[in-house]
Design a protein around this ligand. Structure first.
Ligand SMILES: [Zn+2]
Length: 161
């Protein structure tokens, strides 16, 4: 049953989570030297920066076991629960909705396709990504970072030789 005041929580598409983390996360913005975007349409709660920083930790975790632990903590903390008789979720506190929705999405992603979350390997970038490549060997958030990193490695090798 639903409580009065409970808020429905949708499971966010993982691509939107990646955008949330990279737009708002402290580390992605500092390392990438970008300002925070205007806060639009994100509703109440601890704020997108706080949520983005917690999500970033999930992507940056050393393995999927640690990721699962962080996600469980978030789910417990938001007290998100399934709505009986519907394929839906709810929280009592609207301020928890963003974190709950993100945690649900990450849990689904981890269960469906483990080992696919990561943080860009480029020195000047801390953006996160979901690896959808067939081989699952992605290390960079974008081809821009991949190219920059390769060029830097090439220059380094040339200097050393
Ligand atoms: Zn990158």
């Amino acid at each position: 049953m639903r409580y009065a005041g409970a808020v429905d929580v949708g499971v966010q598409p993982v691509a939107e989570l990646v955008a949330l983390v990279n737009d708002w996360g402290t580390l992605p913005r500092e390392v990438g030297a970008r300002a925070a975007p205007a806060r639009l349409g994100l509703g109440p709660g601890p704020g997108p920066v706080a949520v983005a920083d917690r999500l970033h930790a999930v992507f940056a975790a050393p393995d999927d076991a640690e990721r699962a632990r962080l996600i469980s903590d978030m789910l417990a903390e938001t007290r998100v629960r399934p709505v009986a008789g519907a394929a839906a979720w709810a929280v009592d506190d609207p301020a928890s909705a963003l974190l709950a929705s993100a945690a649900l999405a990450l849990r689904e992603q981890l269960a469906a396709d483990p080992g696919r979350l990561g943080v860009c390997a480029d020195d000047r970038c801390a953006d996160v990504y979901v690896d959808v490549s067939p081989g699952g060997h992605r290390r960079f958030c974008s081809t821009t970072c991949q190219t920059r990193s390769r060029v830097a490695a090439f220059r380094r090798r040339r200097r050393e030789s």
